[in-house]
Write a new protein. Structure first.
Lengths: 166, 598
């Protein structure tokens, strides 16, 4: 499994460096029509989430009103305005997974983590989300932890899966 | 090019990756090296074979032996027995393990027998990250033929003649769509690919992008030539990281080979492709919303007309096709429209890929000729229903579709027969349900989905679907009222007639379709306050059978809310007030002494 968890060994980027890096990306995309969503993807990738200050920063650099940026951020469920945990757990509740008991996985995770859907644990480790189909329907019920897909998840094994990540 | 005497194909699609195929790859590399076989046997990382539930999957050529559920510790045996000594490892073979000789094992597996792979032709066969393998399998040959031998109108005529219809849902004739766009006069036009795959329960587009990305790129360039566009966009879900990565690799390789970019094949034709990532909004699969989203805005749909073929992306003439639609194009050009039109039914030509899931033994991707019956899909290819349960219905078309009940299991599947049954083809999700599935609960599930995903622009969809969901929640919560079923029907008709886009217009379908075939289940919920399938929690309770109970206490220890009490030698009892109806006790009881009352 070690190959699946890639961790950056480099020193932690400071707040300012993150902003600078996002700024460079905005400059690069600026003149390409319709690239706001791509910029937001990149910014969320770097900063982890999209707080209002960061949205303002992006809006100013693009010369757009904040309302336009905020409008886009709030429309798409992939963008988050709250900090996320180190691991985002996305449980699939698409049709195939629903029929095969995806709901039980959500309930069990809520119980183990003690948080609701969309929330993050106090220690900043886990964010719990549900999504509709991750394209692994043949292996239902499925969930994703960051970019790794877990197949045929057994609610009884969740505890040990999470332990493995801590 | 080096010559290898054997090839080992390891699936690296999303399914098998989650079944740890990465480790299998490493093991192969190690054991081939150990046995000095690395110059004789080539390892190929492929896309999805379709049989995800049996993964990880390894196929060894030239024998074509298909090994399923391979564990890392099995690799040593495959290398030492099969690759070194030429003895196939029978215990790992898919399907009929008794078979003495397996010449073409893939065809021996029941799962593949009735399939015909056109759109999936290369999935599981080539390494998607290597353009040379795609080219070796006739890749970019169709583009060369189109650019050097055909006029744009001839391309359009070929597609029209093939009878290909859109695989993304609506089934609109592809050739006709291209013709409309080609007739629009403008200096700038666009070709877009819909890889948003919103139907929860479908993953064929993902598998094509992961297993054969070049076929989509090639087809988009062909479409560009046909309508006079030189820029393409692929709108792909951010939830598909492997697909995104392989698309990026493929675009880069095609540019390096001069198959994308300026002056392709020296013909003066320019065409390039950019990726745009979706961001988790189902409505963006709808064509006008998708284009608004590519423009970087909130993905709200626009009224039609004007149609995209006239005014689409950035108000320019645009065509949008689905991934699977595109994947068929190069084959149609290479093999001819007559060949394609000879497959399928009168009005639905070719094949369709279905993602079969739910209560069925072989879950996975299958590509079947149009006109195959649902029975063949469920029993021959799908291997029937697990645990000897009874088939109840199959759901197609996702949140826009409906269900096909057991009484229609012999219907040949094509666009028109599904519409007639009150469902639709959709993008190809096919979810099988057995006797334990509550149809009212399923209708509620889809309504929850549409309420979540409604973009909020038009009131019939925003408010109407919410009202429908409230009624369904009431019914499944055991509080249904006498006229609720009629109310649902009236609301459904009004929403269908007045919503702005396809999302709202089709949202009531799952309710209408379950009402059509399973009205008695709705009535049981409303009148008798009973859920016949025993799913709706408000209407079931659990009891411990006093004579069967051995007072072991396992149920009480596993009950998450402490609702079970008892002591040694006395049968345990469930406190119905406290019970949250999770069913854990019933699962855990070693003596099968706990029952569910529906
Ligand atoms: C709410 C909604 C969601 C849709 N989602 C998808 C989708 O995820 N993928 C897709 O290919 N088509 C989807 N469609 C259909 C597209 O609007 C469009 O018809 C299709 O992409 C055209 O390509 P085709 O002619 O090749 O099928 C959706 C339509 C609606 C109304
Ligand atoms: S429904 Fe869960 S992966 Fe598709």
């Amino acid at each position: 499994m070690s190959s699946q968890v890639k961790q950056c060994k480099c020193r932690k980027e400071t707040e300012q460096e993150k902003y600078e890096r996002i700024g460079r990306i905005v400059d690069e995309y600026k003149d390409r029509e319709g690239s706001l969503i791509q910029i937001l993807h990149a910014a969320q990738g770097i900063y982890g989430y999209l707080p209002v200050e960061l949205q303002k920063f992006i809006a100013d650099k693009l010369g757009k009103p904040l309302s336009e940026v905020y409008g886009v951020v709030s429309f798409y469920s992939f963008f988050s305005t709250k900090p996320r945990g180190k691991y985002t757990i996305r449980v699939c509740l698409g049709t195939a997974c629903y029929v095969r008991g995806g709901k039980k996985i959500v309930e069990k995770l809520q119980e183990i983590l003690g948080i609701g859907i969309g929330d993050t644990t106090d220690d900043g480790m886990f964010t719990l989300e549900v999504m509709r189909c991750i394209g692994a329907c043949g292996l239902a019920p499925a969930m994703m932890i960051n970019d790794t897909v877990y197949k045929q998840v057994n609610p009884d094994k969740l505890q040990s899966i999470l332990e493995g990540l801590r | 090019m080096e010559i290898y005497r054997a090839h080992v194909l390891v699936c690296t699609g999303t399914g098998c990756t989650s079944s740890n195929s990465g480790k299998i790859l490493e093991e192969f590399e190690e054991h081939l090296k150990k046995n000095n076989l690395e110059n004789e046997v080539k390892i190929v990382k492929t896309g999805c074979f379709g049989l995800c539930a049996e993964g990880p999957i390894v196929v060894v050529y030239p024998e074509g032996a298909m090994y399923t559920m391979v564990r890392p510790e099995d690799v040593k045996e495959i290398v030492e027995e099969h690759l070194l000594k030429g003895r196939i490892v029978k215990r790992l073979l898919a399907g009929d393990k008794e078979q003495e000789t397996i010449s073409k094992s893939l065809d021996n597996v029941e799962f593949f027998k009735k399939q015909k792979r056109i759109a999936l032709r290369n999935c599981g066969v080539i390494n998607p990250e290597n353009i040379d393998e795609y080219i070796a399998f006739d890749g970019y040959k169709a583009l060369a033929k189109v650019l050097t031998e055909m006029t744009p109108q001839e391309v359009i005529d070929t597609i029209k003649k093939s009878g290909l219809r859109g695989r993304g849902g609506g089934g609109f004739p592809t050739g006709l769509k291209w013709e409309f766009a080609s007739k629009s006069k403008d200096d700038q036009k666009y070709v877009c690919c819909n890889a948003d795959e919103g139907d929860p329960g479908a993953f064929m587009d993902r598998s094509i992008l992961e297993g054969d990305p070049h076929s989509v790129l090639e087809a988009m360039a062909i479409a560009g030539y046909a309508i006079g566009a030189n820029q393409g966009y692929i709108y792909v879900r951010a939830e598909y990281p492997i697909a995104v990565r392989r698309l990026n690799i493929a675009i880069e390789q095609a540019r390096n080979y001069g198959l994308l970019g300026r002056n392709i094949f020296g013909t003066g034709f320019d065409f390039d492709i950019e990726l745009r990532l979706g961001a988790g909004a189902f409505v963006c699969g709808e064509e006008t919303a998708l284009m608004t989203s590519i423009e970087g805005k909130r993905g709200e749909p626009r009224p039609r007309p004007p149609f995209p073929a006239v005014k689409g992306l950035w108000q320019k003439p645009t065509i949008l096709n689905n991934v699977e639609t595109f994947a068929n194009i190069p084959v149609i050009i290479n093999k001819g429209p007559e060949w394609f039109a000879s497959i399928g039914t009168e009005k639905s030509k070719g094949t369709k890929v279905f993602a079969i899931g739910g209560k069925i033994n072989n879950t996975g991707l299958v590509e079947i000729p149009m006109g195959t019956t649902l029975r063949e899909v469920v029993y021959d290819i799908g291997g029937g229903i697990p645990n000897g349960k009874k088939f109840k219905a199959a759901q197609t078309g996702g949140p826009s579709g409906g269900c096909i009940p057991a009484s229609h299991i012999d219907t040949p599947i094509d666009y028109d027969s599904l519409i007639e049954l009150g469902s639709m083809m959709g993008s190809g999700g096919l979810i099988v349900m057995d006797e334990d599935t509550c149809m009212v609960d399923i209708a509620k599930f889809f309504l929850e989905f549409t309420v979540d995903e409604s973009c909020g622009k038009c009131p019939p969809c925003r408010i109407g679907t919410k009202r429908m969901l409230e009624i369904l929640e009431r019914i499944t919560g055991g509080k249904g009222e006498e006229d609720d079923i009629e109310k649902l029907e009236v609301l459904a008709k009004n929403i269908k007639a007045s919503a702005l886009c396809g999302l709202g217009q089709t949202a009531p379908n799952p309710v209408l379709s379950t009402l059509r075939y399973f009205r008695d289940e709705y009535e049981a919920h409303v009148r008798d306050k009973k859920c016949p399938a025993g799913v709706c929690k408000a209407m079931v309770n659990y009891v411990i059978h006093a004579e069967l109970c051995k007072s072991c206490g396992i149920c009480a220890r596993n009950c998450p809310v402490g609702a079970i009490k008892g002591e040694r030698k006395v049968p345990y009892v469930i406190d119905d007030e406290k019970c949250i109806r999770c069913g854990v006790c019933m699962e855990k009881c070693p003596f099968k002494a706990i029952f569910k009352n529906a």
